[in-house]
Design a protein around this ligand. Structure first.
Ligand SMILES: Cc1ncc(COP(=O)(O)O)c(C=O)c1O
Length: 457
């Protein structure tokens, strides 16, 4: 934690600052507003994915190069959003541009295997210690396949997931992603809340929800459903409610418990994979699951995904017991970009660079927080990190609910208005790229320091 002495932030001050920043935000983005108005005629809420519908209005983008992006109004930003954590290679990386150009000239799609499939699968095996892989096109498909493989392997139907983990938008796991307080049930035995209409109740009832960092709750969930559980799926470090780190030993303990009950452990490393260490959370926390779901950063900016696992578990595909398929799986463009990302860009130097940038961010932000006695703290994990607007560590969703979300919104506005693009949403966290410089990350620190000072005026 940055400081032991903190003082509360007056809420009136936060709302005054938000009003001024929203005004400034809108004034600088008339073209985005116009496009959004037009888009709403053709696209529900004016966006292609509901995640992109963020207050005060979506920002329509024009282009990106290196660590920077430009919106349609000509505003330039250092990109900390990086396409929800995809662009760790930075924008238009010359090696990716070259690899994709070379590949597209030779044909972009065959729905037949290509040699690069083998190269990428072997590199993922080396990084994550899982011998066998299949490709998908998104994180959603990767967790969907992981779940089906686990169900096929165990012959069981029930899943256990963590309250407030997001694993993509398929039915089985769109359960208690951000349940409303009046529907979420007691903290030690959360309810299974369907996160969208259109999800059959029968599917929701097959997904049991437990709190993160709570081994006894997981034990109780197994006891309540003896012999029924196919898999426990976790984000080994939660990254959709800020960043929530596992307690020391938590991942080991749940692995033992899961195996004791004949189930499988699935790590959803869609966000942590190749960003917090070369081999993701598996490497960083020294725990190997039975199945790993990947996507986002492994594809260098092309739509991608992969699911990897133990020989015997992935054997259900080999034996044709479980169907894993897709027209675009192992698409040659994606594989070319992925191979270049993994073999030529995300090398040891890249991870040392992330660590150095993280140190600058941590040091600068800790100083501002300490100086202004703010009840916030900072977490950095190589290319990922974020500010938590609460003095105490967050261990689970119920802790996260105690955070005043207006502060993260204010921070998002401050950064947007001063040339740093963050992912929208209260769960603010950043993704750095190999093309970010110390000056780039210093801009985030300077903007944050300005906000900290303004909060105290
Ligand atoms: C942990 C995690 N799993 C899965 C997904 C779904 O990935 P996609 O949006 O590629 O379907 C996400 C998306 O943010 C995620 O954060």
């Amino acid at each position: 934690m940055a400081t032991t002495k903190t003082r509360e932030v007056p809420t009136g001050r936060v709302s005054d600052l938000i009003a001024a920043e929203e005004d400034r935000f809108r004034q600088a983005r008339p073209r985005s507003h116009q496009l959004w108005t037009e888009a709403r005629e053709a696209l529900p809420r004016g966006v292609p994915s509901s995640f992109q519908d963020a207050a005060p209005q979506p920002i329509f983008m024009d282009r990106g190069k290196g660590s920077r992006v430009w919106d349609v109004d000509g505003n330039e930003y250092v990109d900390f959003h990086n396409g929800f954590g995809v662009m760790v290679v930075g924008h238009a990386h010359p090696k990716i541009v070259e690899a994709v150009r070379r590949r597209i000239e030779l044909g972009s799609h065959f729905a037949q295997p290509v040699e690069d499939d083998i190269v990428v699968a072997r590199e993922l095996a080396r990084r994550f210690g899982q011998p066998r892989w299949r490709f998908t096109n998104s994180g959603t498909e990767s967790t969907l396949d992981a779940v089906r493989i686990a169900r096929g392997f165990t012959g069981r139907d029930r899943l256990i997931k963590i309250e407030a983990s997001y694993h993509g938008h398929h039915d089985a796991l769109m359960v208690s992603v951000e349940p409303p307080p009046d529907r979420m049930g007691p903290p030690d035995q959360p309810a299974s809340f369907p996160q969208s209409e259109g999800i059959p109740r029968a599917v929701v009832e097959l997904t049991t929800v437990v709190p993160f960092n709570d081994v006894p709750a997981l034990e109780r969930a197994f006891a309540a459903h003896p012999g029924e559980v196919a898999a426990v799926i976790v984000e080994p470090a939660m990254m959709n409610v800020g960043i929530v780190l596992p307690d020391t030993g938590y991942l080991d303990k749940i692995k033992d418990l899961v195996h004791k009950h004949g189930a499988l452990l699935i790590f959803d490393e869609v966000k942590t994979g190749v960003t917090i260490a070369p081999g993701g959370a598996t490497e960083r926390f020294h725990v190997a699951p039975d199945l790993v779901a990947l996507a986002k950063a492994i594809g260098g900016g092309l739509p991608c995904g992969a699911v990897g696992g133990r020989d015997d578990v992935m054997g259900v595909i080999e034996e044709k017991r479980v169907a894993q398929m897709g027209t675009f799986n192992g698409n040659p463009l994606t594989m070319a970009a992925s191979k270049t990302t993994l073999l030529e860009i995300l090398d040891a130097k890249a991870y040392a660079h992330f660590d150095a940038l993280a140190e600058t961010l941590q040091g600068g932000l800790d100083e501002a927080i300490g100086h202004h006695e703010l009840p916030f703290h900072v977490i950095t994990l190589a290319a990922r990190g974020g500010v938590t607007y609460r003095a105490q560590r967050v261990r689970n969703y119920r802790d996260y609910l105690e955070i005043d979300k207006t502060l993260s919104y204010l921070s998002w506005l401050y950064q947007s208005n001063r040339g740093v693009l963050m992912a929208p949403g209260a769960e603010e966290n950043w993704t750095l790229s190999v093309q970010h410089s110390v000056d780039d990350v210093q801009r985030y620190v300077d903007n944050f320091t300005e906000m900290a000072r303004d909060l105290r005026q």
